[in-house]
Design a protein around this ligand. Structure first.
Ligand code: NAI
Ligand code: SF4
Length: 488
């Protein structure tokens, strides 16, 4: 009997490590214990998957006290799931970026190779840079950090700039509340990221790569470092007969704004994380004024899947959390609606939900009456919403949206880097207007809208520039929570 369990952060937070240790301590030759990447179906964790006599079963929400009984008779366990791959919440997903989840030991390079690992690298090594970039262009791969910028333009720009030194940076400063896709990759499929960064280095002629990882992800750091060490031992990193590429991890200091690429670069240069005005773009003059390719974790993975041959279509890795029955990762190929995500995948009655916030703390609140919208950036942005990094946080029907907005504004104030006046001062004024003044007067509303417009037009980066999304959407759709009777 083979037993598989995940030790990723989410699984550990509900006790998988204790279960792993207990199983390890049991002297029973009838089973083999294996670490496995998570399925990212968080509501099922701790999840044990058992393979016996060619039959696969899973047992969800395992408790330590159940272990002996599970070992005696697994088929008799409570929360038994027969063939998890056939359950609609998994079967109806189309996992491309997350194709390896639930199938590998995260730090086993042999498992990675069995799943097609390093095939993409072999392919790219036979190609010229211009052809690699052309393929990325034809596949229309967009930046997954939230801005959807065409990846090939960035790669081409870095390739075109003449320089003896160039850098490849992976932006893994996943600061958006409700976002966990980058962490899932790093903790569960780190070799995919390593392979993607090697491909980027070879293509744009950079010999050095850096993963800028948020400090709040200590487990991800441990796993990624182990995978990097193994990649060095196996000659994929360092200097070999075909290329030279070094890769290391730098952890951030906890500032949200360091997810913005120029503040991230400042932080890497050992300076305070302040946003730099663009131009120059990092692709032309970035880290230590050298051409620098910065992409999000998922953008890199999308590209490795393209060259590995497993990217059959564009997918969206939706990260759902909050007031739903099933929280987790739902990667889908078609543009499903918000309603489908909540009712079908998360098994939650729509009437229980008041709003969702999509795209992190800077995203807009989408009210229930708009849940017919598809979860793609083009459709959402037509209505004044964004998809961003594709996190979806659900708020229950009793939520007061004014409380939520004020809480967010505290976050914006706290995280503002202070470089530009609209954000440094404007966020504080915004809180004052919303808290102290009576909104039900036309003059205060005019002042409020004027301030939001200034923030949008004159801020140096998204932290100030996107503030209007959460503020305007909550005022527009949940005016009652603000005591507004009639907004003109
Ligand atoms: P942006 O649209 O200004 O830039 C996108 C990227 O394209 C940047 O890397 C930029 O350097 C590059 N770029 C733009 N023009 C270029 C050109 N001509 N040649 C080469 N490269 C070029 O977006 P920005 O301000 O970098 O990011 C904002 C987005 O970040 C928002 O949409 C927001 O959703 C998202 N975001 C994501 C977070 C996360 O945790 N993933 C956190 C906060 C915001
Ligand atoms: Fe800094 Fe805010 Fe200006 Fe961005 S918008 S540069 S976070 S002060």
């Amino acid at each position: 009997m083979n037993i598989y369990i995940s030790l990723d952060t989410c699984a550990q937070s509900v006790g998988s490590f204790e279960i792993f240790e207990k199983l390890k301590g049991i002297n029973n030759p009838t089973f083999t214990l294996n670490k496995r990447s998570t399925r990212a179906l968080m509501w099922l964790e701790p999840l044990l998957e058992i393979e016996q006599d060619n039959k696969q079963i899973a047992i969800s929400n395992v408790e330590n006290i159940d272990i002996e009984n599970i070992l005696k008779n697994p088929l008799n366990s409570k929360n038994l799931i027969d063939n998890i791959d056939n359950q609609p919440y998994l079967k109806n997903q189309h996992r491309v970026i997350f194709k390896n989840l639930g199938k590998n030991d995260p730090t086993s390079i042999e498992d990675y190779k069995k799943l097609g690992g390093f095939r993409a690298l072999e392919t790219v090594l036979k190609m010229e840079s211009k052809d690699v970039i052309e393929k990325i262009k034809i596949a229309d791969i967009r930046g997954r950090g939230g801005a959807f910028f065409p990846a090939y333009i960035k790669w081409q720009t870095v390739l075109n700039v003449q320089s003896d030194i160039k850098y490849v940076i992976c932006n893994a400063d996943e600061g958006d509340s409700g976002s966990f896709a980058d962490r899932l990759i790093i903790e569960n499929d780190p070799f995919s990221l390593i392979e993607a960064m090697i491909i980027a280095g070879i293509t744009v002629n950079a010999k050095e790569g850096i993963v800028y990882l948020r400090s709040e992800y200590p487990n991800a750091k441990k796993v990624l470092q182990k995978a990097i060490d193994i990649a060095y031992q196996n000659n994929y990193l360092g200097k070999n007969d075909s290329y030279e590429f070094d890769l290391y991890i730098v952890t951030g200091g906890g500032a949200y704004v360091c997810g913005e690429e120029t503040a991230l670069i400042e932080s890497l240069e050992n300076k305070r994380g302040l946003v730099r005005p663009r131009p120059p773009l990092p692709a032309i003059s970035g880290l230590f004024n050298k051409p620098t390719l910065i992409n999000n974790v998922l953008s890199f993975i999308d590209i490795v899947r393209l060259f590995e041959g497993s990217r059959d279509t564009h997918t969206t890795p939706l990260q759902l959390s909050g007031a739903v029955k099933r929280e987790g990762l739902f990667e889908v190929a078609n543009d499903i609606t918000i309603e489908e995500l909540i009712s079908k995948f998360a098994d939650t009655p729509i009437d229980d939900i008041k709003a969702v916030q999509i795209g992190g703390p800077l995203g807009a609140f989408v009210p229930k009456e708009k849940f017919y919208l598809k979860l793609n950036n083009d459709e959402l942005s037509k209505e004044g919403f964004i998809l961003g990094h594709a996190s979806v946080v659900a708020f229950n029907k009793n939520t007061n949206m004014k409380d939520i907005l004020l809480n967010l504004i505290d976050f914006y104030i706290h995280e503002s880097c202070g470089k530009c006046t609209p954000c440094r001062i404007g966020q504080v004024r915004l809180k004052e207007i919303l808290t102290d003044l009576h909104l039900n007067t036309q003059s205060n509303l005019i002042l409020l809208y004027d301030l939001l417009d200034t923030l949008k037009e004159a801020s140096l980066c998204g932290l100030g520039g996107l503030t209007h999304l959460s503020a305007l959407s909550s005022l527009k759709y949940f005016g009652n929570d603000f005591g507004i009777v009639d907004i003109q």
